[in-house]
Design a protein around this ligand. Structure first.
Ligand code: SF4
Length: 481
């Protein structure tokens, strides 16, 4: 096991981060090289730690560490392929919230149980983990970490031990609440599960003789294969060397796919639950232009995730798109800085503007979302210093006003720029000439899914799953009685 303690990253008031990426591969040949490529393709979903577990027929092999995939599994390490041998394996990259950035909490998690080795990679967040942990402790379980994934693994191991594999999964899934898209290796067998609301994405594909489960479909493209399908919400899938077997689908009233996957998290070249991310972002930009037109000379994006939305805005409005902001691709990680000055320098290191695109122009600045507002404030100052005569901000997502309980690091209400503020107050605080957010209706139309089938919790404060002290989607029905 490798343990590279790097200085921890957080976005110093920038974008929210998704918690994890998962992958699982089974085939006739050693799977390590393709698990590694898959994790590198999904690096955007988590940069705190990375890990791979493989099974060679007798033994399980596990290596995980803190840092980027390329830091934990460096190309120069010739021994990795022999250390992580076997025709089945799972992988994980993780983003963690403050206080849990330790190797103990990095995935995949693994235990040796009465039925053999069980290894699990998890994307999401178990909302009743504390309660389950206490119940399991009373039955004698011992926990080594603070991670909800460990609770899930111990629960799963217990339920499989008592009920067999398929029924054990069924029992565990009926007890777990929250968001989970997982790859699970039980000795030489590979499984995938998705929570009954389908909050986080998970799809299965085929590459040559291998079958692969992965958080996003871009993995299948990168490896030269093709997507077979998304997992259904509530589904247990066994992925075998010669095909896939759906063992059951737990019935659910509705889906609650995280809208933020299309708005910001996922790679634009991925297709999630039948909707291409890039296409959804172009639609969002077009909707913004229809909903909030303004006279201007140029449309620019906050790179990289605002690009497609800005392009869509330009297509719809006829105002030319240009590259007005340049991202320093080698400073992807903005380290936690102790002072505001240091934080500001860190943002400057990340983004700069192109004077010839900006000078003397009325600029439309398009971003996918605003959480705390530090970045957009800095960018507007930057644009004005470079000669912009007007800066109109257009945001491809409604205001974020509530925490996320399903695997995204937006935990407290007071961190959000838009909480309890009028649009005019927000405009004033960031220093823009105008600001408009996409409406919820326009966003759901852009994604192409009804609001009833999406999680909109951080926009509305109403969640698809009951959270203590918060409203949930069926509250209105209950309140009518
Ligand atoms: S609360 Fe927001 S970020 Fe969290 S799952 Fe729901 S839509 Fe996604």
């Amino acid at each position: 096991m490798v343990f590279q303690q790097l200085e921890s990253e957080n976005s110093a008031g920038q974008k929210p981060s998704d918690h994890c990426a998962v992958v699982g591969i089974i085939g006739p040949e050693p799977v390590f090289p393709d698990v590694l490529i898959s994790l590198k393709s999904l690096q955007h979903r988590g940069q705190e730690s990375a890990g791979i577990a493989t099974f060679d027929g007798d033994l399980i092999h596990l290596k995980k560490g803190m840092g980027l995939v390329s830091e934990v599994f460096p190309d120069r390490d010739q021994h990795l392929q022999t250390q992580l041998s076997g025709p089945v394996g799972i992988g994980h990259t993780r983003y963690s919230t403050e206080g849990s950035k330790t190797i103990e909490n990095a995935g995949p998690f693994m235990i040796s149980s009465s039925i053999g080795y069980i290894a699990l990679s998890h994307n999401g967040e178990i909302t009743n983990a504390d309660k389950l942990r206490e119940e399991l402790k009373k039955k004698g379980a011992v926990f080594m970490t603070s991670a909800d994934t460990e609770v899930m693994l111990i629960e799963l191991a217990k339920d499989i031990n008592e009920n067999g594999i398929a029924n054990g999964f069924r029992v565990a899934m009926s007890r777990l609440r929250g968001a989970y898209s997982c790859s699970v290796m039980i000795n030489e067998r590979l499984f995938a599960i998705r929570d009954p609301y389908g909050i986080r994405p998970l799809s299965v594909g085929k590459v040559g003789n291998e079958y692969i489960v992965a958080s996003e479909s871009c993995v299948f493209d990168v490896l030269g294969g093709e997507k077979i399908r998304d997992l259904s919400p509530g589904e247990l899938l066994e992925i075998k060397p010669d095909g896939i077997d759906s063992l059951f689908v737990l019935p659910a009233k509705k889906t609650a796919h995280c809208m933020f996957e299309w708005v910001y998290f996922a790679r634009p070249d991925s297709v999630i639950d039948g909707v291409e991310v890039f296409g959804a972002r172009i639609n969002i930009g077009r909707m913004l232009a229809k909903q909030n037109p303004v006279e201007a000379d140029v449309v620019i994006a906050v790179p990289d995730s605002g690009r497609a939305q800005a392009l869509g805005y330009s297509m719809e409005s006829g105002i030319p798109y240009n590259e007005g902001l340049i991202k320093n691709r080698y400073s992807d990680r903005t380290f936690i800085m102790p002072t505001q000055k240091a934080r500001s320098s860190a943002v400057k290191l990340k983004l700069n503007s192109v004077r010839s695109v900006i000078d003397g122009k009325k600029v439309i600045l398009v971003d996918d979302s605003i959480v705390r507002g530090n970045t957009i404030r800095h960018i507007i100052t930057l644009l004005r210093n470079q000669g912009a005569v007007e800066v109109h901000v257009r945001i491809g997502c409604p205001p974020i006003v509530s925490p996320c309980f399903f695997g995204v690091d937006m935990k407290t209400k007071d961190q959000f720029l838009a909480s309890n503020k009028s649009l005019e107050k927000i405009r004033e605080e960031i220093g823009a000439d105008s600001i408009s957010y996409l409406s919820i209706d326009s966003m759901t139309e852009s994604i192409g899914k009804p609001a009833d089938n999406l999680c909109l919790g951080c926009l509305t404060g109403v969640y698809p799953i009951s959270i203590a002290g918060e409203k949930y989607a069926f509250q209105a029905e209950l309140e009518n009685y």
